[in-house]
Design a protein around this ligand. Structure first.
Ligand code: HEC
Length: 184
């Protein structure tokens, strides 16, 4: 009986100990992801700029929500005849160039308009292949796929864990527009 109690106690200690370490490591994974997102400049294109007292600044109330659905972009100016090759929206979330028009994705975990339906594996595949959701069309510029390709699986997992920890925000970003087509 005594022996059984001792074994039970040991088991309890081991399992609570493991649970504690697991939640610790996932917290530090999210923290590392937040750090990586910050130093890799994901906000530069995925958080809309707003006008502040010192000029344009990221609107952190819309952190990583992508191109705002209420900012309808007119057809992009014609470029490509001189050294100016591409242009960007005032929010720095939509970009026109030889690839057509691209809109920075909503990176919050909203199930319909953001990363909610993405698995960690899809995010890693996208980063490794440069393909939409890991297997579709090529991901368009200026999304820095090459930087993500250079990241380790561990860092990609941390970035994804951080993005999944954000509050989900509904913001439907338009589909990209092929070169020569009108913006919808
Ligand atoms: C210079 C601008 C820019 C930066 C910096 C940037 N992105 Fe993007 N991102 C974009 C654009 C534009 C798209 C849309 C591309 C498309 O539609 O093919 C995009 C798309 C994505 C997608 C969706 C890819 C897909 O499968 O369609 C993910 C996920 C993403 N970005 C994550 C990130 C992360 C994480 C970072 C920081 C490490 C980051 N982005 C930094 C511009 C940027």
């Amino acid at each position: 009986m005594r022996h059984a109690t001792f074994v039970l106690l040991c088991l309890l200690l081991i399992t609570t100990g493991t649970a504690y370490t697991a939640s610790q490591s996932s917290k530090s994974e999210v923290e590392r992801g937040a750090y990586l997102v910050r130093i890799m400049g994901c906000n530069d294109c995925h958080t809309p700029l707003k006008m502040g007292p010192k000029g344009p600044e990221p609107d952190m109330s819309r952190m990583l929500t992508g191109h705002p659905s209420d900012l309808k972009m007119p057809t992009a100016p014609e470029l490509g005849h001189g050294p100016w090759a591409w242009s960007g929206a005032i929010t720095s979330t939509a970009f026109a160039g030889p690839w057509g028009v691209s809109f920075a994705m909503n990176l919050t975990p909203d199930s319909e308009t953001g990363l909610g339906s993405w698995s960690e594996q899809m995010f890693i595949e996208m980063s490794r292949t440069g393909r939409h959701m890991g297997k579709g069309r090529p991901v368009l510029p200026p999304m820095p796929v090459a930087s993500l390709t250079a990241a380790t699986d561990e860092d990609l997992r941390a970035i994804f864990a951080f993005l999944k920890s954000l509050p989900p925000v509904k913001n439907r970003v338009p589909d990209p527009v092929d070169a020569g087509q009108e913006t919808k």
